[in-house]
Design a protein around this ligand. Structure first.
Ligand SMILES: *[C@@H]1O[C@H](CO)[C@@H](O)[C@H](O)[C@H]1NC(C)=O
Ligand SMILES: *[C@@H]1O[C@H](CO)[C@@H](O)[C@H](O)[C@H]1NC(C)=O
Ligand SMILES: *[C@@H]1O[C@H](CO)[C@@H](O)[C@H](O)[C@H]1NC(C)=O
Ligand SMILES: *[C@@H]1O[C@H](CO)[C@@H](O)[C@H](O)[C@H]1NC(C)=O
Ligand SMILES: *[C@@H]1O[C@H](CO)[C@@H](O)[C@H](O)[C@H]1NC(C)=O
Ligand SMILES: *[C@@H]1O[C@H](CO)[C@@H](O)[C@H](O)[C@H]1NC(C)=O
Ligand SMILES: *[C@@H]1O[C@H](CO)[C@@H](O)[C@H](O)[C@H]1NC(C)=O
Ligand SMILES: [Cu+2]
Length: 824
């Protein structure tokens, strides 16, 4: 019997990969032979060629950085356990990714030593005019007498390493919201049948008040607070907005100076709680029904039994183990020519570095930058609601994956560590790595005497970031022909609008009615990724290859056609930094060509930036009032820029607090700089970088209740080789079969080839019953005997899921990039 790997054997699996690959690819298993003995230990551990220079800090590195800052920078007056907004504290430490230019010699020129290792520290710091969050660089690591702490400025084109923090006194803000709710408890009781419960804020029968900054000035807010029901049973809070809104003057960083102003209810604005109360006392006061929780927000239906539900669905299995090699320590993966390193960051989650295909450079870096959701609506909450989800942390909110559900039962899982508030936090099994065979072929062809079919097996690196109401499944997918795909799918509770039964309001202008007192709220998801393409080396050119109609005359066409209406290719070089949208009618190919490397046919080696599946939108809103300059990358589909050490990211989480003067302003990165490096005298070295967006224009409808479905939200961009190789490189890697059709003809076009020898021949003829029957000629290995499948491979034991109850972000400021606080 062939045994299956279980998750508890995951560590062992990396030891096995080498043996597996050897066994699998070179000596196909013979009938009856047990391919791998999983119970024995193997001496060989797969080793990455180099060390992962982008790896997150280890727990001991982080501890040493924290200790160094405390000891050597006592003047910062840091406390270990902040209890109030006046305390200074180290919020988090993580790896400061090395400058690309400092890695080149180590990665590509056999340089002996890796670049220096540095840490980035985020420190909550009070200055004379209030609280700030400031970034520092600490290094080189390990900490020695030569290590220093410097303001981290070079990666922020604002020239600042700090952002004013308007929510530093989070405990006071919570108390303020509670006091506001208590002050109008007579009104909420009357109109919503509930009040806030100070003793138990998560009381399912109580109310919460949640703030949205409707205007962010330097260092202060104007806020609107809306009431919500907690929806604690279902976690459906964002489906339970209530129709009462309060405006808060929060321009002072001292919360005791905040004050409540206007109220809004049923389309009417009241100047104060008093005016609202007076209006409510009028017997003609117009009410609108409240939005009440109930079974309609439940995410599961445990009861229904439509025909078919009594059987489990098909699942994928992997009886012989994985075919990739994986260095778990360095997080390095090698699979059919692809090689890359995996790393993570608190804000952005998984990134891949040094991606090569068949030994040649493809990308230096591929990773998420920011995930934005921008809403619209005619009420004070939805009217300006916007989220930049790295602010809450796409990495630190990537939780354990559900085995057999998020990823196939046989996937490898990676744990993640991050360092926040002087502690190392451990998230088990939050990245998965697996091969999967598509339900469709990569290639096939039926010829006169034969039919050939090649399976499409791909490799996926997956994580899921749960930011409040939404779960984003983020995939990096590798295909055997050298294609890479970046795919994001969102599911979870929509952030819905309160439905006002006021017939003077225009129907369906911002969404649809989806329950008694609930409306959907249109919003754009624009999710930004960086792809630092180094196609066959760092010097690249981006061109738009247009397909254009033309009227041409050809000598051979005369006299019948003096002119012929046809089409041709026209190349437009992208000569300066620009934001480009997907072309109408897909009428252009966006190609990144090597400036100096050509394939065997003299064509420039290239990769095409192609649209994948779903929609790939940019922001519908022009010059968003809420966003200011904080997310200008959302305004076009694809950006091509000069690559610079000083511009490693398109955004920073703290952009959320300074929309009009963000710490990273993308417009200053995409500022029309020259992309031509061929001319003499050009200071530009030819290394370009691409930023691109995936996402969706989301107009939720009744089918988004209770949860948005992955297939309506899925969106991807692909990077497809274009003359990168001399021919299709997948041919040597794929597994498939060629069937010789019955009949007497052989030879010639698509006829029978000479018989292969040895093992292959044995296997080839395994299923043929006689000389006249169809013959199967397999390429790549095949399954060659029945297997007994353990339950574990079909339905992994959930005992393996080890996470304890954890703090999923509730989209409040506590635990965001603004800090984490404890009560005095
Ligand atoms: C240090 O911080 C505490 C609050 O955490 C404050 O009371 C004290 O005045 C600060 N000292 C200096 C020198 O800034
Ligand atoms: C990266 O390069 C910038 C300037 O190009 C420099 O200021 C910075 O110190 C370098 N970073 C590291 C970690 O060496
Ligand atoms: C902030 O969140 C942490 C958990 O991350 C929790 O322990 C703490 O009590 C919260 N602080 C406040 C003021 O709610
Ligand atoms: C609540 O009412 C009290 C008493 O009128 C007032 O002092 C306080 O400022 C109010 N708080 C809020 C948050 O509205
Ligand atoms: C409905 O909303 C409009 C504003 O859009 C407001 O003028 C009107 O008074 C509201 N009607 C009721 C019945 O509340
Ligand atoms: C964007 O809006 C701001 C504020 O209204 C305005 O100052 C600016 O000129 C606008 N920019 C563009 C490009 O429309
Ligand atoms: C550089 O490229 C541009 C655009 O393709 C071309 O017009 C120009 O002649 C080239 N210059 C040199 C020196 O090759
Ligand atoms: Cu959505």
């Amino acid at each position: 019997m062939i045994e299956f790997r279980s998750r508890s054997w995951v560590l062992l699996s990396s030891l096995l990969v080498l043996v597996l690959l050897g066994g699998f690819l070179i000596t196909p298993f013979k009938h009856g032979q047990t391919p791998v003995d999983y119970s024995s230990k193997h001496a060989d551990v797969y080793k990455s060629p180099r060390q992962n220079v982008w790896a997150e800090l280890t727990a001991s590195e982080a501890a040493s950085v924290n200790e160094y800052i405390f000891k050597e920078h006592a003047s910062l007056n840091l406390t270990k356990h902040p209890k109030s907004g006046r305390d200074n504290f180290i919020f988090g430490v993580e790896t400061l990714k090395p400058n690309k230019t400092d890695t080149i010699s180590y990665l590509y020129n056999d340089g002996p030593s890796p670049p220096e290792r540095w840490a980035k520290a985020a420190i909550a710091q009070n200055f004379d005019d209030g609280p700030y969050m400031a970034y520092y660089m600490v290094g080189p690591l390990p900490i020695t007498e030569d290590s220093v702490m410097l303001p981290l400025e070079y990666i922020f084109n604002s020239g600042r390493n700090y952002v004013k923090n308007p929510v530093q006194d989070w405990a006071a803000i919570q108390d303020f919201a509670l006091a506001m709710a208590e002050n109008v408890s007579d009104i909420t009781q009357e109109l919503l049948g509930a009040t806030a419960n100070r003793a138990d804020p998560s009381d399912p029968h109580g109310l919460l008040a949640f703030p949205r900054p409707s205007r962010i000035e330097t260092g202060g807010f104007t806020l609107w607070m809306q009431f919500y029901r907690p929806g604690m049973g279902s976690n459906a809070r964002t489906l339970l907005p209530q129709g009462i809104y309060a405006k808060v003057d929060a321009t002072s960083s001292d919360v005791t100076k905040w004050s409540v102003g206007q109220f809004y209810y049923n389309g009417v604005l009241y100047e104060s709680a008093g005016d609202f109360r007076t209006a409510l006392a009028d017997p003609n006061f117009e009410r609108t029904p409240a939005n009440i929780d109930g079974p309609w927000t439940d995410t599961e239906d445990f009861e229904s039994k439509p025909p078919g539900r009594e059987l489990p669905p098909p699942v994928s299995i992997q009886p012989y183990g994985p075919r990739y090699k994986f260095d778990r320590k360095e997080r390095f993966v090698s699979w059919f020519g692809f090689e890359f390193y995996i790393t993570t960051a608190q804000a952005t989650g998984v990134s891949l570095f040094d991606i090569r295909f068949k030994g040649e450079r493809v990308m230096y870096e591929l990773g998420l930058q920011e995930a934005m959701a921008h809403y619209a609506g005619d009420d004070p909450m939805q009217g300006g609601l916007e989220f930049l989800d790295t602010f809450f942390g796409m990495g630190k909110n990537a939780f354990e994956l559900v085995p057999g559900y998020d990823c196939p039962a046989y996937a490898d899982y990676l744990d993640v560590e991050f360092h926040q508030s002087q502690k190392t936090h451990f998230t088990p099994n939050s990245i998965c790595l697996f091969e999967y065979t598509a339900d469709y072929l990569l290639s096939r062809h039926t010829a006169q005497y034969s039919v050939t079919a090649s399976r499409n097996t791909f490799l996926t690196v997956r994580s899921v970031s749960t930011v409040g109401n939404y779960d984003y499944t983020i995939d990096y997918v590798f295909y055997m022909d050298g294609t890479l795909e970046v795919k994001v799918r969102a599911s979870g509770f929509i952030y819905a609008a309160f439905y006002t039964a006021n017939n003077t309001k225009s129907e369906d202008e911002y969404g649809h009615r989806i329950h008694d007192a609930l409306a959907s709220s249109m919003h754009d998801h624009v999710i930004n990724f960086k792809a630092d393409l180094d196609v066959a080396g760092p010097k690249n050119d981006m061109v738009r290859m247009a397909l254009e109609p033309i009227t041409q005359s050809y000598e051979w066409d005369k006299p019948e056609h003096p002119e012929r209406n046809t089409m041709h290719l026209v190349e437009y070089k992208v000569t300066e930094e620009a934001g480009i949208d997907w072309p109408k009618n897909s009428g252009e190919f966006y190609l990144v060509y090597s400036s100096d490397q050509k394939n065997a046919w003299g064509e420039r080696k290239g990769y095409r930036i192609a649209s994948g599946s779903g929609t790939r939108p940019h922001l519908t809103i022009l010059n968003s009032t809420t966003l200011g300059d904080s997310a200008r990358w959302a305004e076009h589909d694809i950006w091509v820029l000069q690559n610079k050490d000083t511009e490693p990211r398109s955004a920073d989480p703290l952009n959320y607090f300074t929309p009009h003067d963000p710490i990273i302003d993308f417009t200053k990165m995409a500022d029309h700089e020259n992309l031509e490096h061929n001319a003499s005298g050009s200071s530009y070295d030819g290394d370009l970088v691409i930023y691109f967006n995936v996402g969706a224009h989301h107009v939720p409808h009744s089918g988004d209740v209770p949860n948005t479905l992955m297939h309506t939200s899925g969106s991807s961009v692909k990077f497809v080789p274009h003359n990168f190789n001399d021919r299709d490189p997948s041919r040597e890697s794929v597994q498939g079969v060629r069937l010789q059709l019955k009949g007497s003809k052989s030879g010639g076009f698509a006829g029978e080839q000479s018989e292969p020898s040895g093992d292959l021949k044995n296997r080839m003829n395994r299923r043929t019953k006689g000389p006249d029957t169809t013959k199967a000629m397999y390429f790549g290995a095949t399954y060659d005997k029945g297997i007994k499948i353990p339950l574990e491979a079909l339905e992994p034991s959930m005992e393996e899921y080890v996470s304890e109850e954890h703090g999923v972000t509730d989209l409040s400021y506590n635990g965001s990039a603004a800090g984490v606080w404890h009560r005095e």
